[in-house]
Design a protein around this ligand. Structure first.
Ligand code: 5RP
Length: 238
């Protein structure tokens, strides 16, 4: 039965379900962005509807996660209304062996980093294709930039050895515009030897709002895999 489903979708569903199962009643939950998170949000909503989970509050990290949370009946709050986020769940584009991440495939990494970093516990949900030995090997590094600073930031990143390209919209003429009204540069670095240092260096360029390196933030990575046609979820902890 399950073998007829695209294995990537199967992995995303299973890992989304596994993360949703870890949410406790009474908690404040950071709701990440992306296609894997869409399943996690759906399963959290299912648990609320069937009474297995009670009295949770979600904090969305994007327009997308806010819309999905509302669709699945998850009550939402803002950072102004809570003292604490008990757990955040979010996807990633790359995960290295130290549990450092590249995020921002959905251009939502600025709000995601705020929520994920504030959470007591940050759970990452990925399919096994996201595991890499070195960050930047399969995915360009997203950098959110204020529109008026796009030219100097592009030059500054080039001077650092990166090759930035402006992310363009799909079914929209012109560039991707983030939920904050900014632009995204996707940057190729030949090597990212020290992700923590590069994260700070990029964020120190005037006009950069945030980049997609998430260093020392993840506590647990749930990896969806398909073995002999069956989905399994593996845990990687720090
Ligand atoms: C959005 C993100 C996403 O979490 C990341 O792109 C993974 O998405 P998906 O689960 O669709 O592969 O960082 O900014």
């Amino acid at each position: 039965m399950s073998s007829s489903i695209d294995p990537i979708i199967l992995m995303k569903q299973e890992v989304g379900k596994a993360a949703a199962a870890r949410v406790l009643s009474g908690s404040v939950v950071g709701l990440g962005t992306g296609s894997t998170m869409a399943y996690a949000i759906q399963f959290i909503g299912d648990r609320l509807q069937n009474g297995d989970l009670k009295n949770i509050k979600g904090i969305p990290t994007s327009f997308q996660s806010r819309v999905l949370a509302k669709e699945y009946g998850i009550p939402l709050v803002t950072l102004d209304e809570v003292d604490r986020i008990h757990v955040a769940i979010d996807g990633a584009d790359e995960v290295d062996p130290h549990l450092n991440l590249i995020k921002g495939g959905g251009a939502a990494h600025t709000q995601e980093k705020i929520i994920d970093a504030l959470a007591d516990r940050f759970i990452v949900v990925v399919d096994s294709t996201k595991l890499v030995t070195d960050l930047g090997s399969t995915f360009l590094l997203p950098v959110e930039v204020l529109p008026m600073a796009i030219s100097p930031v592009t030059k500054a990143i080039t001077n650092l050895g990166g090759r930035p390209q402006l992310r363009m919209g799909v079914k929209k003429a012109g560039p991707v515009v983030t939920d904050q009204g900014n632009l995204v540069l996707d940057v190729k670095f030949d090597r990212i030897d020290n992700p923590g240092e590069l994260e700070k260096t990029l964020n120190n360029i005037p006009g950069v709002l945030e980049n997609g390196l998430f260093v020392d933030v993840a506590d647990l990575v749930l990896v969806g895999e398909v073995i002999d046609g069956q989905p399994v979820v593996r845990e990687i902890t720090r």
